[in-house]
Design a protein around this ligand. Structure first.
Ligand SMILES: *Cc1c(COP(=O)(O)O)cnc(C)c1O
Length: 399
């Protein structure tokens, strides 16, 4: 289809829930993508931290082809071998004993909230059900998860919002301590706030959260939808902290772009779900979980978390050098592994556009933060190339 005609159809028939760049990406390979006019870009968005193995990874393509030609969907009334295998992999490589599969990050968090509330009812009193989440966090767009997302801009117009949610400042243990009461069921938090601007908390924050939750007898839910799957240099970001959650949600990179979500829990917590309490039609179907098995096995065999840590350190050093060169345009560089944020002075949209014109795709986050989330297989050479483009884009956007 002609590119101009496609833009017209998009404008005419799609709900305008987001602003789109005037680009249609039609093909990808590794860390590179091509648009409908044949222009090549370095992809440092990874489809929002999704395509961890890059585009058209041969193993992912192979599994997709094979599984699509064998069995795509059956429903959870039947055992699904790929689902059992992916659950085993996730449990063997995390704190968890059991997994529930769904189709997105929001659905994984919805499941976590329902699970925590049910657990709290069975381990306390019937009026326990409050979820405490952190200001500036992001947990999804369904009604419950958008309410857990403590940012007014995502709530506006959607009231009445579901009850039972409380907010405290991120990285503030004392505020959390004050907020926990007899109605609290769980604390829901990202180990690093992604959409909120790549905000890395103090080193003692996660251990402090764990301690407060243990003292109050409530659950700690970690949303690792963006930070998990090796992105920060460990398989799970909580591994940097020495403590583990009771529930963890995973999605984005788990099947490299095939929709999937997973809610992981300890045996003690998972046991409150019994036949009939929860469900999902598509969740954990053979296609999504077959790809999940391939992605997860590749991540482990190719030691991609370690790689993300090593290449991520180089990337953060290069970005720090860019900050030193442009002190009036870049306020701060934050991040861990291959998740980085640059707080900018010039409008981030101008810098994103200047990067795109020069063949680099990047994300935004928070108020005015440029966010990078390349594939974990990104070459060091490509990181250098991307940083050189950011350097010239900053010169152009903030002369
Ligand atoms: C992306 C994201 C979500 C929502 O995932 P969807 O698949 O868009 O529903 C939730 N939490 C975090 C931390 C995310 O980054």
């Amino acid at each position: 289809m002609d590119t101009k005609r496609m833009f017209e159809l998009s404008d005419k028939h799609l709900m305008t829930f987001t602003k789109r760049y005037p680009v249609a990406l039609v093909r990808g390979e590794g860390s590179r993508v091509w648009d409908s006019n044949g222009k090549e870009y370095l992809d440092f968005t990874g489809g929002i931290a999704v395509t961890a193995l890059g585009h058209s990874h041969p193993k992912v393509v192979g599994t997709l082809r094979e599984q699509a030609a064998t069995l795509v969907h059956v429903s959870n009334y039947f055992h699904i071998p790929q689902q059992a295998q992916l659950a085993q992999l996730l449990c063997e490589h995390s704190f968890a004993d059991r997994v529930f599969f769904s189709n997105s990050g929001a659905e994984a968090n919805e499941t976590a909230i329902k699970l925590a509330r049910k657990w709290a009812k069975e381990h306390g009193s019937s009026d326990r059900g409050d979820i405490i989440s952190m200001r500036g966090g992001f947990h999804g767009r369904t009604l419950a998860t958008v309410t857990a997302t403590a940012q007014e801009k995502y709530h506006h117009g959607f009231e009445p919002l579901p009850g039972g949610f409380k907010y405290v400042a991120f990285n503030d243990l004392r505020a959390l301590d004050r907020a926990i009461d007899s109605r609290t069921a769980a604390v829901l938090v990202e180990p690093i706030q992604g959409e909120g601007g790549v905000i890395v908390p103090d080193e003692g924050y996660l251990p402090g959260l764990r301690k407060l939750c243990d003292e109050a007898g409530i659950l700690l839910i970690l949303d690792e939808i963006q930070t998990g799957m090796g992105r920060t240099g460990k398989l799970w970001a909580y591994e940097h902290s020495g403590v583990a959650p009771d529930i963890m949600t995973v999605a984005k990179a788990l099947a490299n772009g095939v929709p999937i979500g997973a809610t992981l829990a300890t045996e003690d917590v998972a046991r409150v779900f019994t036949p009939g309490t929860h469900g999902s039609t598509f969740g954990g179907n053979p296609l999504a979980t077959a790809v999940g098995v391939t992605v997860f096995s590749t991540l482990i065999e190719d030691k991609l978390a370690e790689r993300a840590g090593r290449v991520g350190t180089l990337m953060l050093e290069a970005l720090e050098a860019i900050r030193a060169k442009h002190p009036k345009a870049v306020k701060e560089v934050r991040g861990r592994g291959l998740l980085a944020g640059l707080d900018l002075v010039p409008p981030v949209g101008d810098v994103v556009a200047a990067c795109r014109e020069r063949g680099l795709l990047v994300l935004t986050a928070g108020d005015n933060t440029l966010r990078l989330a390349p594939a974990l297989i990104v070459a060091e050479k490509e990181v250098a190339e991307a940083c050189a483009i950011i350097d010239t884009a900053l010169k152009a956007a903030a002369p």
